[in-house]
Design a protein around this ligand. Structure first.
Ligand SMILES: Cc1ncc(C[n+]2csc(CCOP(=O)(O)OP(=O)(O)O)c2C)c(N)n1
Ligand SMILES: [Mg+2]
Length: 818
């Protein structure tokens, strides 16, 4: 089914000039009369109050970091504290037109944004809703603390709740918004639409875009804002996110009823500095940050520079841009001009900037300016405005005392393994939301009709059946995907060449016909954004499968896999779940940059489940398992296996739905003399080795396919090794640093008393992967396994090794680092 977007050579070759859209800079024209009418006295004064509250909150942290006290109360805080003193108007103005349904994601410097959004939500919600929320969030833990010292209205209580929940989080306490596992740089509070803040510069851009995708695909209300710093404009993933958000297909190919582009606003909090590097005049060359929009789409992302020192200019911009976003005409970029009076962090002596510059900005202090504005226009007098300073100081005295006291605000119980409990949600859900999955064909008319009719086992009387007549590893994956697509209305999949082409290896062939564009689409070649947006989609409540064409491209999505996908479940204190499967194809035949098995890298990172099926039965059963879970899974597949039918599991690949049990290795061949454990496609070479060991040396080998790297139940492996007393491990990953060494060390510790020899490891050579014709010298072969057994574990009578696996050779290779 080809797309009908014609690329016309006449049009493409025509001489003309590209005319760029104009980008407004600080276009807001203040009009006190109109503003009084639009906002009303009460709200205008409240904007000021919120700015004062934020400033005092940050000032309090500054005192604690620099002096170890606040209002005479001794208090220490070891962790970070990136303050936003000077930037309050940008945060408060932004939140005015946002509701709890609108999501904001932020950065390491987002305390002000958290407070502003929470205060705004408190103003909007009624007392019952607020109380319910405080009672239910984390079982009411923070509410119980603040109730003890709060007086006044329920909204007053809610304000204290927010101040305390945020501070207790910054102090790393269990009563904090994220059980203290997020801390200052990652604190957030989803009930008010305050979504994860990110300590990786620019990290929020693609995650927020994924949340916006979730809203669009699932027809949820609200917009998403990625609050990132000006210096993040130099980050690749930020650009990738903007490109992803601006894809033409939302308008050209997606069903109109979906509503257009994801409602994402990239808001650059432009304080003109990274830590010390100046983005204008030094580390970048764009001049005006808003210019970036010109490089992304014809609408220039509706970019504008906004005066972030006037909360009303910011509120006005957000109101106008929100409308554009809700109409599906995003993405939007705002260059919100601001300035931090505080250092990058409290220990920063600001040696990189002139005192004169700070002084000049202080003369524009948004709090002073807005105070003057309120007084000049008769909205408030000094007494009323000063009262806010007294009010917040009084609140904070209670809040700091409570958050600092270990008996009131304890840390999570490490003795009870509290953090381990939060690494995974370990739930299984058939669907992440109710409703009918949007599909274009009834199941009976999908390609399942063909695959289900194929031979489900690839051998007959021990002889191979024609491959085309058997269900293959790739088709087994297809069946698992199809099933879940028809069960879970939130499930979507995307990646490079996922639609039409069916994924680079055809796994999704047949899905294009049965799914609308918004459930299966081609992404730009933006691995970081592919994974990052999927994280945002998943943590907003949807199930998502994304694909990296080759394992080697994980490098392009390094931060997203290692820092984001792996961590948000635990950093949220279990508030978020990540039903996200990242399919990663391990290549071969394509040389050094397309043939690496990097499973050890992901298995090393806490927070990821890691699977690597080696048979079609497992391909379907393990993907089915991953697709019902609520945790992030990196799902490795081997390109050597895609076209293989099932030849090991009796009965073949079931037509109906089934799951492989989590973490359980599979015994592929039983034996008594030696255990061979494999990860991935090396299984088949191990089975060849086992056959030869039996035929030539009468040794019976037990072959175990680990299937899972994490979690992994070692018990069957331990039982096998205790029986055989010998073990060799093999996989296609380069030997140095391979996950096999983790397994070897565990098996060694768990079975030392039963071992007759060392645990041997056979990995690929520590080289670049050579061309296809030389791969046999690189990836473990049957002979390597037999030779390794002969050299290290059990001399095989009469055996003449054909490869060098000796101790001297191991030493030599390590000396050379190869
Ligand atoms: C990927 C990454 N690189 C470097 C850092 C260290 N770092 C933390 S904040 C920062 C400067 C960020 O500047 P900007 O994005 O403008 O935000 P601001 O601090 O000005 O709010 C740097 C370099 C980091 N956290 N993440
Ligand atoms: Mg900055």
């Amino acid at each position: 089914m080809p797309k009908s977007i014609l690329v016309d050579p006449l049009e493409m070759r025509r001489r003309s000039t590209l005319v760029s859209r104009e980008v407004p800079l600080n276009a807001y024209i203040p009009d006190p009369q109109a503003e009084a009418q639009k906002y009303g006295r009460e709200d205008l004064v409240r904007l000021y109050r919120d700015m004062v509250f934020i400033r005092e909150f940050e000032w309090m942290l500054d005192r604690i970091k620099k002096e170890g006290q606040y209002q005479g109360l001794t208090c220490t805080h070891l962790g970070p504290s990136h303050l936003s003193i000077g930037q309050e108007a940008a945060a408060v103005g932004q939140c005015y037109h946002l509701t709890p349904d609108d999501f904001i994601f932020g950065s390491h410097r987002s305390h002000g944004e958290i407070l502003a959004k929470c205060f705004r939500s408190i103003a909007q919600l009624d007392d019952d809703a607020l109380m319910r929320l405080m009672q239910t969030y984390m079982g009411g833990a923070a509410l119980r603390v603040v109730e003890k010292f709060s007086q006044g209205s329920l909204k007053d209580l809610a304000i204290n709740y927010v101040l305390y929940g945020t501070l207790a989080e910054i102090f790393g306490r269990e009563t904090g918004f994220n059980k203290g596992l997020g801390g200052s740089m990652h604190a957030f509070f989803p009930p008010f639409g305050v979504m994860p803040n990110n300590a990786i510069v620019g990290g929020s851009a693609d995650i927020a875009t994924g949340a916006a995708l979730f809203k669009r695909v699932n027809r949820k209300s609200g917009i998403c804002i990625a609050n990132v710093g000006d210096a993040s404009a130099g980050c690749g993933p930020v650009w990738e996110a903007m490109t992803f958000a601006a894809m033409d297909q939302y308008h050209t190919l997606w069903d109109k009823k979906v509503g257009g582009a994801p409602p994402i606003l990239f808001n650059f909090m432009n304080n003109f500095y990274g830590m010390g590097g100046q983005t204008v005049g030094e580390t970048m060359g764009v001049g005006v940050l808003a210019r970036l929009g010109l490089g992304v789409n014809p609408e220039a992302m509706h970019a504008e520079r906004v005066d972030g020192y006037n909360p009303l200019a910011v509120a006005d911009a957000i109101e106008r841009k929100k409308e554009i976003l809700l109409e599906g005409r995003g993405p939007v970029l705002l260059d919100t001009v601001t300035y931090r009076f505080s250092g990058h962090s409290p220990s920063d002596a600001s040696s990189y900037r002139d005192k004169e510059e700070v002084n000049r900005w202080q003369q524009h202090d948004p709090l002073e300016a807005f105070r003057r504005y309120l007084k000049d226009n008769g909205h408030a007098d000094d007494t009323e405005l000063d009262a806010f300073y007294h009010d917040i100081a009084e609140r904070l005295a209670h809040v700091v005392r409570a958050a600092a006291a270990l008996d009131v605000s304890p840390r999570v119980n490490i003795q009870m393994d509290a953090i381990a409990e939060m690494m995974f949600s370990n739930q299984f859900k058939d669907r992440m939301a109710d409703g009918n999955p949007e599909v274009l064909l009834p199941t009976e008319e999908t390609r399942f009709k063909i695959t289900s009719g194929k031979h489900r086992f690839g051998l007959e009387n021990g002889q191979p059946l024609p491959r085309l007549e058997c269900v293959t590893y790739a088709e087994a994956l297809f069946e698992a995907m199809l099933y879940r697509f028809y069960e879970d209305p939130t499930m979507i999949a995307y990646g490079e060449e996922n639609r039409d082409w069916g994924g680079a290896f055809g796994v999704y062939r047949g899905l294009t016909e049965c799914l609308p564009y918004h459930r299966l689409f081609n992404a730009p070649i933006s691995e970081a954004a592919i994974v990052g947006t999927a994280i945002g989609y998943a943590l907003s409540g949807g199930r998502v499968v994304v694909e990296l064409m080759y394992c080697d491209f994980m490098g392009r999505a390094g931060d997203e896999i290692f820092n984001q996908m792996a961590k948000w479940q635990a950093m949220s204190g279990n508030v978020l779940q990540l039903p996200l499967v990242l399919r990663v194809s391990v290549g071969s035949k394509y040389g050094a940059q397309h043939s690496q098995d990097w499973s050890s890298l992901v298995a090393h990172i806490p927070g990821l489940k890691v699977m690597f099926p080696a048979t079609p039965y497992d391909a379907k059963g393990m993907l089915s398992l991953a697709l019902r879970g609520t945790d992030p899974v990196v799902f490795f597949e081997s390109q050597r296996l895609y076209t293989e039918p099932e030849k090991l599991v009796e009965g073949g690949v079931p037509v109906e739905y089934y799951e492989v049990p989590m973490g359980e290795p599979a015994i592929r061949r039983t034996g008594d003399d030696i255990t061979i454990v494999t990860v991935g496609a090396t299984l088949y070479r191990a089975l060849e080795a086992a056959a030869e060991l039996q035929a030539q040396y009468s040794l019976s080998a037990e072959v175990i396919d680990a299937r899972f790297l994490n979690p992994l139940n070692y018990s069957p492996i331990v039982a096998s090794v205790r029986k055989t007393g010998r073990v060799v491990l093999a996989s296609d990953a380069c030997e140095r640093g391979s996950f096999l060494h983790t397994m070897a060390s565990n098996i060694g510790q768990l079975t030392f008393d039963a071992l007759d020899g060392p645990v041997a490891v056979v990995g690929a050579r520590n080289w670049i992967t050579p061309p296809a014709e030389l791969e046999e010298a690189f990836f473990p072969q049957k002979e390597w396994i037999i030779d390794a057994i002969h050299e290290h574990i059990l001399p095989l009578p009469g055996h003449r090794p054909s490869t060098v696996q000796t101790i001297d050779e191991i030493l030599r290779r390590n000396r050379l680092g190869v």
